[in-house]
Every structure is written in C-alpha cells, then in structure tokens.
Ligand binder design. Structure first.
Ligand code: ADP
Ligand code: MG
Length: 309
C-alpha cells in the first residue's frame, strides 16, 4: 500500500499542498485531476522523492520513503515516474533508451524491451534515434522505459497529452491491461475524461493544493460533491429549484436533460457535432444549459427540456 499522511509542501513562492492524506491499495489505478496549478505535478514529484515534504510521511508497504533531502539519486527502486517533461537520450535508439536501466546481463533483456515496445506500439521504431521522433512517439518511449524495471508503482503526469487520438485509445487499452496483469499501482494526472472514466478505479480531485474528493471514479462522476468536481468530467447544468419543482438546486450533466413535451422552454444558441450525437447549448432564464441530441438545432429555435428521471 502507498500511503501519504498529513503531507504539506511549499515552494519559495508559497504553499502548494495542504493536508494531503491518501491510501492506495496495490494494483489500484487512480486518476489525479483538477484545474491547472492545483498541485498535481507537485504531488507526483513529492511521491517520487524529487521534492522534500515539510511534514508528514510517505510510506510504501509500511516503509517510510525519504524525500529529496535524503538521497542523491532521486526516486525509489519500486517506483517509476514519467513526468510532463520526460528525459530520454536523444542520440541513442528507441531500443536502447527503453533498456537503459536494464542490466546487459539480464537473460531476456532483448525480449523484455521488445515486449514493452509492443505495448506502446513502437516496435517499428526500435532502431530509430530518439531525436528523430515526434513528441507523441517520445512520450510512448518514456512510458516503455518506465515499465522496463518492473515498478510496483507507476506515476504518470499527463502521459497522453502529445499522442493523437488514433493511437491514444490503443495505447491506453494496452497500457492499462498490462498494469492490471502485473498488479502495478498507477497514479495518473490527467485532463482527459476518457483516461479517468474508462481506466481508473478511483479518482482524486484536487483544488488549490487540497484534496477535495477521493472516491471510486464512478461515484465521483455520478454523485459529484460540487460543480468544480463535476465540471472536470463534463459540461454541468445548474438547475434552479423552481424549474422542475425540486426542493433544492441540482447539478446535472447534458445526458440528464432531454427533449420532452413538458418542462422548461429554452432557446438554442449552438449545436456542436460530437460524432454519434450533438451537444446543444441553449439558454433559459439567462443560464446556459447543455443537452445531448441526435440532431442539430438552429440558433434561436425553441426546445422543451425535462430532467431524465
Ligand atoms: P498542476 O500540475 O496541477 O498544474 P503544479 O503542481 O505544477 O500544478 O503547481 C502547483 C502550484 O505550485 C502552482 O501555483 C504553481 O505555480 C506552483 N509551482 C509549481 N512548480 C513550481 C516551482 N518549481 N517553483 C515555484 N512554484 C511552483
Ligand atoms: Mg502539472
């Protein structure tokens, strides 16, 4: 188990993390989400031992992990980190980058590297020098390299940000099934709701250096604590009590409002094509609302909306 207890951290400019308490069971995949600047990268840096916590304790299976002040080479042997700015050896091949920290004497070294290149779909590039690769390709090599020494904990900081959608889906599926097979704990800072919803068991929501929610991902999505939390996943509608005779104000996602012959009459502002549906932006009593529809609507058209029961 990876445990963070009462962690605080400040940069010279000010406090960045407050009262961080987290427990992650081995093999759990966890999304770390929150607006830019809320402290996600700082937290990953601390866990990996690149920074020194002011107080509190980080432990793995009961053993304290010392911070940056206590070791010359950052990091812990059972943990690997792929930061936002990953570092690879530019003049060396993809194959040798992935194997950089794998002993030459290791019997199955070559096969191990090839297996990892397969997972990140970079086998065809194994003999290419890293400096000739695109940003997304480098990102995939950095992930394979992090997995090479069989970590028990993998920390990823927005790992798919440079990777096109076409490859992203494939990469996510093969990476997370590998992590599951090997029972590797993964903490992934991300902005992408597809990363969170389909691939993580739990979600940690951060705001201004605090953890404001940590539950199963499905619960964070279905029962968000506040608008901030909900809006990290999707567009959020705020529903006033008078509209549908609710006792109090409600929050709902676009899929929870539907076209109906009763309810509130909103005026369409825009239709956004989403592939299998349209996201319709409309206005009711000076509030913007979103709902999903099969067709597009013209600006100015009136639509009747009700809550999905
Ligand atoms: P996130 O990854 O969620 O975008 P960060 O952890 O990078 O957020 O940043 C958290 C806060 O700490 C921000 O206010 C940021 O400006 C500040 N910060 C990040 N890195 C440094 C640094 N090296 N020195 C000083 N302040 C920093
Ligand atoms: Mg960051």
């Amino acid at each position: 188990m990876l445990q963070l207890k009462d962690i605080q951290f400040s940069y010279a400019q000010g406090k960045a993390l407050y009262d961080i308490n987290v427990k992650l069971d081995q093999g759990t995949h966890v999304a770390l989400i929150g607006e830019s600047g809320c402290g996600k990268s700082t937290l990953l840096n601390l866990i990996y031992g690149l920074l020194q916590e002011e107080n509190g304790r980080i432990s793995f299976n009961g053993e304290t992990l010392e911070g940056a002040d206590s070791h010359l080479v950052p990091g812990h042997p059972m943990m690997k980190y792929v930061p936002q700015e990953f570092d690879l050896m530019p003049f060396t091949t993809v194959f040798e980058n992935v194997g950089e920290h794998l002993s030459i004497q290791l019997d199955n070294r070559g096969n191990r590297i090839l297996e990892l290149l397969e997972i990140v779909d970079m086998s065809d590039f194994k003999d290419r020098k890293v400096k000739t690769l695109s940003g997304g390709q480098k990102q995939r090599v950095a992930i394979a390299k992090a997995l090479a020494q069989q970590p028990q904990v993998l920390l990823l900081d927005e790992p798919f940000s440079n990777i096109d959608n076409f490859r992203k889906n494939d990469l996510r599926r093969s990476l997370f099934s590998y992590l599951k097979k090997e029972n590797i704990t993964c903490l992934i800072a991300t902005h992408d709701k597809d990363d969170m919803l389909a691939f993580t068991h739990e979600t940690i929501i951060m705001r201004d250096g605090h953890i404001i929610d940590h539950r199963k991902t499905i619960d964070c999505y279905n029962n968000p604590l506040n608008i901030y939390g909900a809006s990290l996943f999707n567009e959020v509608n705020v529903i006033l009590p008078s509209w549908f005779e609710n006792e109090k104000e409600l929050m709902c996602y676009p899929e929870q409002l539907h076209l109906s012959n009763k309810g509130i009459e909103a005026v369409v502002l825009n239709s956004y094509f989403k592939g299998s549906y349209y996201l319709i932006e409309c206005m009711f009593q000076e509030k913007t609302l979103f709902f999903n529809a099969a067709n597009t609507y013209e600006a100015g058209e009136k639509v009747m909306l009700d809550l999905v029961k």
